[in-house]
Design a protein around this ligand. Structure first.
Ligand SMILES: [Zn+2]
Ligand SMILES: [Zn+2]
Length: 345
């Protein structure tokens, strides 16, 4: 089968690889129908220290179950499924508390990667997979995009809003205009925020955020951006949803909140500062981490997509066959695409 690997920093290519096999009674083999490039894949793609031939870090897919292990009772070969990147076991303390993104059984390679490929071995398939009614051919391309968004970016944006406890009437600021930030706008609206400010400097991303429910855009950054937000809101925000993962974006989140405000952060941290005590004087509540993908899909998000209540698939602004994966990465890296979709036949 074909598998994407990082050929060298800034270049992705396909290699022939062994088709994965069932190795555990809770595994499923899935034939990928749609996958994509994640903002987090770009960190690996750009990494100058990366070893040539490293397996892709892609982790978002929908597909058809091809084979299941002996303990799988929830899906069967032929079923159409969302493959959440989180692989929650469904039984540990974290999963039972609704935090399958940080399942206690995440060890070794039991964490998504390598799904930019024709087939994957999916661990903890019995609980973690989310069954989609019908078959891919029953859905429009737009609906397939929204279903794929449920493998990561939509639940991740939703997680930011949930852990920040966004509630009706809240004033919310979203930091990060990539696919996750866009989905955080959708989530803030779902949870009843009355004002949603997207911080963005790019016209295409500003337009999408407004379509998803943002009520204002702030293009300025730093102290200027904070002042602009406070001017629009007539004070500080109730919640800041941080969807980037840099120190500057965390500072932005802290700066826009009123004392007693809440941060939900889902940008994978690329900083090591900000000790816990640094927010004491502001009484800030901070939550964040990997999203509860399976939990949210089963509770609310799959139904919202199937009902047409939300359309997160609009974050996919360009599509490519798997063979053109290098272009898919390049276009996202150069911001020609908000999120690149990969189509497998
Ligand atoms: Zn992702
Ligand atoms: Zn678990």
């Amino acid at each position: 089968m074909k598998l994407a690997v990082y050929a060298k920093p800034g270049q992705v290519g396909l290699v022939e690889s062994e088709k994965p096999q069932i190795e555990d009674s809770q595994d499923a083999i899935i034939r990928i129908v749609r996958t994509c490039v994640c903002g987090s894949d770009l960190w690996r793609y750009r990494d100058e220290t990366m070893q040539p031939g490293t397996r892709n870090s892609g982790h978002e897919a929908i597909g058809i179950v091809e084979e299941v292990g002996s303990d799988i009772t929830t899906v069967k070969p032929g079923d159409f499924v969302i493959a959440p990147f989180t692989h929650g076991c469904g039984n540990c303390d974290a999963c039972r508390a609704g935090f399958d993104g940080t399942c206690d059984h995440h060890i070794g390679d039991n964490w998504s990667g390598g799904v930019q490929a024709e087939y994957i071995r999916f661990q903890y398939a019995n609980w973690a997979l989310v069954k989609i009614p019908g078959q891919p051919s029953d859905y429009s391309e737009g609906m397939l995009k929204s279903l794929l968004a449920l493998a990561d970016v939509m639940p991740t944006g939703y997680h930011a809003a949930r852990v920040a406890n966004v509630k009706p009437g809240d004033k919310v600021v979203v930091i990060g205009d990539g696919a996750v930030g866009q989905c955080a706008v959708i989530a803030a609206r779902m949870l009843g925020a009355s004002q949603i400010i997207m911080m963005s400097r790019h016209a295409d991303r500003q337009a999408l955020a407004l379509e998803f429910g943002a009520t204002a855009i702030v293009a300025e950054r730093g102290a200027e951006g904070i002042a602009k937000v406070r001017e629009i809101l007539g004070g500080g925000a109730d919640a800041a949803l941080e969807c980037v993962g840099t120190e500057a974006s965390i500072d932005q989140a802290l700066g826009v909140l009123h004392n007693g405000g809440r941060i939900g952060y889902v940008g994978v941290p690329h900083y090591d500062k900000h000790s816990l005590g640094s927010t004491f004087a502001q009484n800030i509540t901070i939550g964040g981490g990997a999203a509860s993908v399976t939990t949210y899909n089963k509770q609310v998000l799959l139904k919202a997509v199937l009902d047409g209540a939300i359309n997160p698939g609009k974050v996919f602004t360009t599509s490519y066959p798997l063979e053109e994966i290098d272009q898919a990465y390049q276009d996202m890296d150069q911001r020609k695409s908000i999120k690149s979709l990969l189509i497998l036949e």
